[in-house]
Design a protein around this ligand. Structure first.
Ligand SMILES: Nc1nc2c(ncn2[C@@H]2O[C@H](COP(=O)(O)OP(=O)(O)OP(=O)(O)O)[C@@H](O)[C@H]2O)c(=O)[nH]1
Ligand SMILES: [Zn+2]
Length: 199
């Protein structure tokens, strides 16, 4: 599936990370990326986060979701404990930013995050995490602890040859703007989220 296209060490606010771009084709402008904390031993069980792109949350600090905070938390966690983020170009649960903004416009009218996708004629979640598992294989990673609340991400690892040793929860307190989104994650998608964590 994907192959390594380029690699470099990048100093960040959260420490030094090796960033490796993976793609099916050379010169892809939207490659998936592995962001590996410096000094992580990939031959031991590795802390891993599969993270789907969210430009509104990560770049523009949108309060509608917790993606930006989850990514920052994951980078800090990996810097402290070792590990890697597999950053997947699956904007808007893989419907793309234009459709996500259309879905947000419907959410302004009162539809929830799932209903809005369905009203656009799109799946509630169009992701598949096989590519993330493929990237783990390309990195020669055999065993992982996964930072997630999403059971589908765990299933993708469990059905593969990679060993899932544990799940590490990654829960960001909800705010009044993100509460409905997080409630729907739990009720519709079955995310493993604790109740009553509100800022
Ligand atoms: N279609 C749609 N996508 C959204 C909405 N809000 C956030 N997203 C996308 O949802 C995805 C969230 O991905 P992740 O951060 O990997 O989170 P997750 O699947 O909930 O799983 P964990 O955080 O690992 O528990 C990103 O691609 C966001 O762009 C929304 O209202 N509609
Ligand atoms: Zn988001």
């Amino acid at each position: 599936m994907v192959t390594k296209q380029a690699e470099s060490l990048v100093p960040t606010e959260f420490g030094n990370f090796r960033i490796i771009a993976f793609s099916e084709v050379e010169n892809n402008w939207m490659p998936h990326m592995a962001i590996i904390a410096e000094n992580t031993d990939l031959s031991k069980p590795v802390n891993i986060r599969f993270h789907s792109e969210c430009i509104t949350g990560e770049v523009f600090h949108s309060k509608k979701c917790e993606c930006g905070q989850q990514l920052d938390y994951a980078m800090q966690y990996m810097n402290k404990n070792g590990g890697a983020i597999i950053y997947l170009r699956q904007e808007g649960r893989n419907i793309g930013i234009i459709n996500k903004l259309k879905a947000y416009a419907l959410q302004e009218q009162g539809f929830d995050t799932v209903e809005a996708n369905l009203k656009l004629g799109l799946p509630a979640d169009d992701r598949n995490f096989d590519v993330a598992v493929d990237i783990l294989r390309k990195l020669d990673i055999k065993e992982i602890n996964l930072l997630t609340n999403n059971p589908l991400k765990m299933e993708a690892v469990e059905k593969s040859d990679i060993i899932l040793r544990s799940r590490i929860p990654l829960q960001i307190p909800s705010t009044k703007e993100s509460k409905d989104y997080l409630d729907t994650k739990k009720s519709y998608f079955g995310h493993l989220l604790e109740d009553e964590i509100t800022e």
